[in-house]
Design a protein around this ligand. Sequence first.
Ligand SMILES: C[S@@+](CC[C@H](N)C(=O)[O-])C[C@H]1O[C@@H](n2cnc3c(N)ncnc32)[C@H](O)[C@@H]1O
Length: 210
Amino acid sequence: MEHQFWQEKWQANEIGFHQDAPHPLLQKHFPTLAPAKGGRVFVPLCGKSGDMMCLQQQGFDVIGLELSEIAAQAFFEENHLQVTVSDAGDYKRFQSAHIEIICGDFFAVTRELLGDISAVFDRAALVALPPEMRVQYVGQMRHLLEPGVEGLLIVLEYEQDIISPPPFAVFQEEVNSLYGHWCDIKLLEKAASDVKGKPCVELACRFRVL
Ligand SMILES: C[S@@+](CC[C@H](N)C(=O)[O-])C[C@H]1O[C@@H](n2cnc3c(N)ncnc32)[C@H](O)[C@@H]1O
């Protein structure tokens, strides 16, 4: 998906993927991961997701990464958080006490810009991307994460042609092939759900970088 596709979605407020309420699988499974409270949780392709507030309320600092400045601004406004905005090279940094969003391209971001990452939460990030970009996405993730970092990944299994993506269907076999050679992966739950009104199965997977 090109940048323009997502920028236009945000400009037109066509953000059917957005949920104010935290994802139930985040609430259920993130507390079973290892990161110490006070650690920094990376939320790639974060949008203005309510999941970030939930992580902060669980005692973590949050570092989100998002292309759209509309999304970042809306997140801080809608959650009534005081924010300072500064330039960081090609990126813009939106910073509040415990939640930060870096605005710019995930695929070019550096470890230095993100700082320490203790854990990852991926909902609607991997599945937002077409197959060839998913390989690049996981390659960049591997580059950004230190051994021992744990993540919670949520993907959707459904017959790809029943809806027009995104989100894309990502089956457990693909998760294993993308993450299995550099992470320990565990399937935590398969839950019945729906995607654009059609039935699907949501998978919650834990990964730990080897
Ligand atoms: C399907 S939305 C999911 C947002 C969020 N995770 C949520 O659950 O609401 C995908 C998000 O990825 C962002 N995005 C797409 N490509 C990106 C890129 N190359 N770098 C950073 N963000 C990107 C889009 O702007 C969009 O907000």
